[in-house]
Design a protein around this ligand. Structure first.
Ligand code: ZN
Ligand code: ZN
Length: 244
């Protein structure tokens, strides 16, 4: 494995990024996004009590799976991405933290939660050239003011010393929220919604970053657009995963 940053100390840019958020903590003491303890953005107890995924996973979509290497769903409908992995199950206290990351403009929380993604990236043997967050549509981005996936992806890319390209993939049409939609409705909702910039991504091995994976429809559609633009390999990482 030749993940930059695996053997070397973290890049200076990443240290500065952490230093910036740590200084803000000193000025404005934060409150833990999971349990509301003062003085932490995300405390040790919440980190330790977030339910992790089992070791036996589908090689492709990364969902808990005890049988053969690839789960029934991926055999039936092979995804466009090569593999996706997640840090923990989408349950409290992590669920509370993600809701806060998404709707409360707590950008420093992204830096601390991204450390768990950095941890798994050091364990997984993935060769990556470029990091891209799952993009929001223009309307949602202007309403929210930031993309929660980018808030995770940026420190991850800095720490691993990988190229960060938040504009290499974009939504070419607005989609409705995936919340409450069935598997097939989710696929339909995001079908053809993304477009990648061939001049930036062609021939690269891309790591997509998102906050939560539910059915994987969004990541699959992003991977489809990236592969159409000549990407060699699409891997994905999410902080949380919905496990049925
Ligand atoms: Zn806590
Ligand atoms: Zn699978």
């Amino acid at each position: 494995m030749t993940l930059p940053g695996t053997l070397n100390p973290p890049a200076l840019a990443y240290r500065l990024y952490q230093w910036f958020w740590n200084s803000l903590d000193w000025l404005y003491p934060p409150q833990c996004a999971g349990c509301e303890t003062i003085g932490y953005r995300w405390c040790q107890e919440c980190q330790a009590s977030s339910p992790r995924l089992p070791d036996k996973l589908c090689m492709s979509c990364g969902t808990p799976h005890k049988g053969v290497r690839v789960c029934e769903q991926c055999q039936l409908l092979p995804p466009n991405y090569d593999a996706v992995r997640s840090w923990a199950v989408f349950e409290d206290p992590l669920r509370k933290a993600i809701v806060r990351l998404k709707y409360k403009r707590d950008l420093g929380l992204g830096e601390v939660l991204a450390r768990s993604l950095i941890g798994i990236m050091h364990k997984i043997e993935w060769q990556i050239d470029m990091v891209i967050p799952v993009p929001l549509g223009k309307t949602r981005l202007s309403e929210r003011g930031y993309n929660q996936a980018a808030v995770l992806a940026r420190p991850l890319a800095l720490s691993l010393r990988l190229q960060y390209q938040p504009n290499a993939l974009h939504r070419i049409r607005e989609t409705i929220s995936q919340v409450g939609l069935s598997f097939s409705e989710r696929r339909e909702n995001v079908a053809g919604a993304f477009e990648a910039d061939r001049s930036v991504v062609a021939g690269k091995r891309i790591l997509m970053v998102d906050d939560v994976m539910t059915t994987g429809a969004t990541l699959d559609e992003c991977a489809k657009a990236l592969k159409l633009a000549g990407v060699k390999q699409v891997l994905g990482i999410t902080l949380a995963r919905v496990v049925e």
